[in-house]
Design a binder for this molecule. Sequence first.
Ligand SMILES: Cc1ncc(COP(=O)(O)O)c(C=O)c1O
Length: 486
Amino acid sequence: MEPTFSPGGRVSGATLARLLGAWRQGGRRGSADLAGAIRVLVLDGRLTVGTRLPAERELAEALGASRTLVTTAMDRLRDDGVVASRRGAGSWIARPVAADRPSREQPVSASDVLDLSCASPPALPELATALDTARRRMPAEFAQPGYLAQGLLELRERIAERYTARGLPTHADQVLITNGAQHAFALALRMLVGPGDRVLMENPSYPNAIDAVRASYARPVAVAMTDEGWDLDGLEVVLRQAAPRLAFLMPDFHNPTGGYLDAAGRERLGAALRRTRTPVFVDETLAELALEPGVGGAPPLAAFAEDLVISAGSASKLYWGGLRLGWVRASADLVRRMVAVRPVLDLGSPVLEQVVLSELFAVLPGVVECRQREFRRLRDVLIAELRARCPGWEIPTPVGGLALWCRLDGPVSTRLAVTAEGLGVHVAPGSRFAVTGGLEHYVRLPFTLAEEQLVEAARRLAVAASSVGGPGLLAEQVPLAELPVT
Ligand SMILES: Cc1ncc(COP(=O)(O)O)c(C=O)c1O
């Protein structure tokens, strides 16, 4: 997970208050809650070791809390060694977090930790076969310098064929190989967005994309997802009135909700993009992972707003994140401009991995079918376990993607994440996906672990949930709108 603050950087009181989001919700507002919420920021990488914290008075003011409450929370963190302070030098994050553990549970060893913060599966067996074939093919590549700024032609051709098959005629000149979809977005931001520019995003959105926008000193403008999916009226209004410099959208199994924009929705969204001439980065990382029969199959959004769209894909979800490969599909002109910008960041993607990925594209249909079948099974296992153990949660069945987006029975996601960490389950609270704050009612739970790990994770999460929520919580909580659109 990309850190929000570099080691040694300082976080202001106002920024920390924003990151802490809804720590006060859920009825309890003590120093333990504040300390717990700061721990989560350290746990999920938003506050890195070395980050300097605001003065306690500044934080108290920004939070609208008493100085005593903040000081007591800091004392707790200092006692644990999470925060260190020195007179004249202030306070800083001193070490990664080890969270409190409910006393009834056995201690959890490091090897027993279940990581549900990352929605990426292990590699497929086909990867080893592709690697063997690629190794045999490498001598032909060794005769070249190995700097492929746009990427291996054969791989670009295979990716172009896949777009063409999905209903978007594409030539290899329109494809650029990147070091993953996140790298592709960084390139697009560098090329298209400057400080102060607005970037339209769905709310919730993919945390690393939100961080990338903020790291470019651009301003995310959120349009809330609804229970039914995209708010196309809201998107049209924001495109017209906020005039964003770029949009970042995930119509192909949105992360984290799993939503899929149908062909009619794409037609309407494409028309709005064309009217406002808004460039859009379409993150198609999860596009091949339809989990219900009859879902998927609409042409890529680029088919409806062609020259305005940068589509990005990834090898991470179908094949393996460790390949660190993704791609961009755009107009040949935009691709040329991205190739020209690229040397500031890097000089190309590794050749061996590109040959491996090209081999894997040759077996794509079988891989897609196998991954879809397996993830559908794991999705259903996790849903069944959670519905049985956490009856107060709303757990919709996502039609695609790799995660559940669960609505909790109170705005307790941050506290749930802290408690779950103590039980050896690492989860990202809903607030991590929030573009504008809030979303403490939600938690994202990927189903990319093995079945027995998912069952055990659900068991531990239910224990955590019973210690942070439970009956009576809803009556006590402070209502707060989920800050849908800004
Ligand atoms: C929506 C989305 N975009 C981008 C990424 C990162 O992809 P890559 O590994 O290709 O950089 C992920 C991975 O979790 C993702 O879910």
